[in-house]
Design a protein around this ligand. Sequence first.
Ligand code: SF4
Ligand code: SF4
Length: 359
Amino acid sequence: MKITDCLFGYVYYKDKGLKGRGEDRKMAYFMTQERFNQYLRDWRQDYKIYAPVVLAGKGSFTNTDSVRYKEITGVEEIAFARKADYSAKEVVLPITQTLFYFTEDNWTEPQVSDKKILLFVRSCDIHAIRRLDDIYLRNGCEDPYYKVFRDKVRFALLECPTGFANCFCVSMATNTTGEYDLFVRLDGQHVTVGIRNPEFLMAKEQEIETEPQFVQENNVQVAIPAELRLAEVAAAPLWQEYSARCLGCGRCSFVCPTCSCFSMQDIFYKDNDKAGERRRVWASCMVDGYTDMAGGHGFRQGKGDRMRFRVMHKVGDYKRRFGYPMCVGCGRCDDICPEYISFANCINRLAGQVKEEKA
Ligand code: SF4
Ligand code: SF4
């Protein structure tokens, strides 16, 4: 049995051993930050540990911060109270990934670290990685370059009791999850840790009864139409407005935890133009050139057409194939858009216009 199949069915306590789901799931350990950092130090022997951290002054606008995933050494580095502007996707699906190095008659794959990966993530982002798994592992064939990272990943759940601006995870049913290996809560100078995977051993610490808190209501609500037919969707007049407003910058795709497209690049070295490397690099259906073909023809030249494609992919076509929408309602695309284009609003408007169309 693969380890991921057996991770989530039990709880491990050092003094009580393995327990099934139920009452014991509510037990957690309570300790000081220093004590938890000792555990992080021990775990770092076997894991690279990534969490959202505040990058002061690195935001999109002057005097704003950015919150991104970086390797951490201490719990105090984790941005518990802020939404990460970029998701954990960039850890399992790097922005630029070298697939292999080549010479005239040979090729080699890059070395990958033996260490496992511990990701501090919120519920919606765990659901988002499930969407990436659908695309890269369960969509006809397995992508070995994704799998090599994904097999190493363990989840440390960050609670989300109130949600953030623009989130609509409740509408997308991604606000709760049971698929985590441990959960971590910051209580002032103390840390509460619930362990569900025996890989993360803890000595006897003070026990408390608690379980993760999940947001139950967002300010933004989205209603996806039960059925989205391309003819009706394409006829909706709202796309013309997006053609006028959207800049085609692609920022909405790059912050999206579920966008999974990439383009390929062969880089030839300057000192030997017969040697080089093949890379895959994140791409976006919202930018110019994405659909260009040999001969210069490009589909979806209009920005509104691109928006329509993106919406249909995220909440229509994907749902038909996998049974749930691709979008997890994190709201990052709404947070980042320089034109204040709201994806949530777009879905709701589309639902209204499709309804009118039918009437
Ligand atoms: S809300 Fe936007 S960024 Fe988040 S998953 Fe949905 S489409 Fe992607
Ligand atoms: S919707 Fe906004 S973020 Fe996305 S490509 Fe258009 S302008 Fe850029």
